[in-house]
Design a protein around this ligand. Structure first.
Ligand code: PXL
Length: 276
């Protein structure tokens, strides 16, 4: 098995089962050397906790990147999630140029919004910068809200396939290469992912769990990156990540006290078994 080195850039939410506390274990379980660059440190995530702390690490990034460059450290993939500031996005874009191996892949989860709304602390200037990062990446994993914000398309809670087609074509017109659009459901009890690769659209549908869960976007993106870098096609990696994420949600729904994230750790053996 080839052993790949991935860099993931996202925040440390010390409590809350999202971003790096999810990405690091999932990518490691997928058998990848996982290097991290924390974009910010928060006491918890921002979705439901009140009074969280937030330390932006933007100013540390240039020196960290310069050190790695000096050491000749390069990555097979750079995978970005929740970023701390619009200024930081410019640094990350530069890293795609300086720290990726020639055949390396850039994967962007434009983690900034859900359910039609930006996460607390983000503004239009951040969205504008995120567009430049997302449209320079090899693969993007937006949810429908993020895809709308990246393209200026009005957000709708109910939609048909024509709406999703329009969203995909606007993403492509703006420069998106490969798209994994998450949370796409056409029937009340179903959800899924729409994958667009080389101009070809493929849909993976699965059961929908009624209880929405925080952090599932990060579980999904991390499992996708793990499966993709282990040699699966984009579509197969998207399907494996969907199956794993659903199992994580099902492992959590009967515990109302666990509202802030999903219990993804006990389900890691399932992910590992799917990776072969
Ligand atoms: O799961 C995305 C995410 C990551 N990091 C922080 C967040 C969120 C979503 O709200 O608040 C800090």
């Amino acid at each position: 098995m080839s052993y790949k080195r991935v860099l993931t850039v996202q925040d440390i939410s010390c409590v809350g089962q999202c971003s790096l506390t999810v990405a690091l274990p999932i990518l490691s379980a997928a058998g990848l050397e996982t290097c991290i660059l924390p974009s910010a440190v928060l006491s918890t995530h921002t979705a439901g906790f009140k009074g969280y702390t937030f330390r932006d690490l933007t100013e540390d990034i240039p020196a960290i990147a310069a050190h790695w460059q000096k050491e000749g450290i390069q990555f097979d993939a750079v995978y970005t999630g929740y970023l701390g500031s619009a200024e930081q996005i410019a640094y990350v874009k530069e890293m795609f140029k300086t720290l990726l191996k020639p055949e390396g892949v850039s994967i962007v989860d434009p983690a900034m919004a859900d359910n039609g709304r930006l996460y607390p602390g983000f503004d239009q200037a951040f969205v504008e910068e995120m567009k430049t990062l997302a449209f320079s990446a090899d693969v993007i994993l937006p949810n429908i809200t993020e895809a709308c914000m990246l393209t200026g398309m009005p957000y709708r809670e109910t939609y048909d396939e024509a709406y999703i087609d329009e969203l995909l074509s606007r993403l492509v017109d703006n420069g998106a290469k490969t798209v994994v659009l998450t949370g796409v459901g056409f029937k009340p009890d179903k959800t899924g992912v729409m994958v667009l690769e080389n101009g070809e659209k493929k849909y993976y549908e699965h059961r929908k769990n009624e209880r929405g869960s925080h952090g599932t976007g990060d579980v999904y993106a991390s499992a996708f990156v793990g499966a993709y870098l282990r040699g699966n096609s984009v579509y197969d990696a998207a399907a494996i990540a969907a199956d794993y994420t659903l199992k994580c949600i099902e492992n959590t729904v009967d515990d109302p006290s666990h509202w802030y994230g999903v219990k993804f750790e006990p389900v890691l053996p399932y992910l590992i078994s799917r990776l072969g």
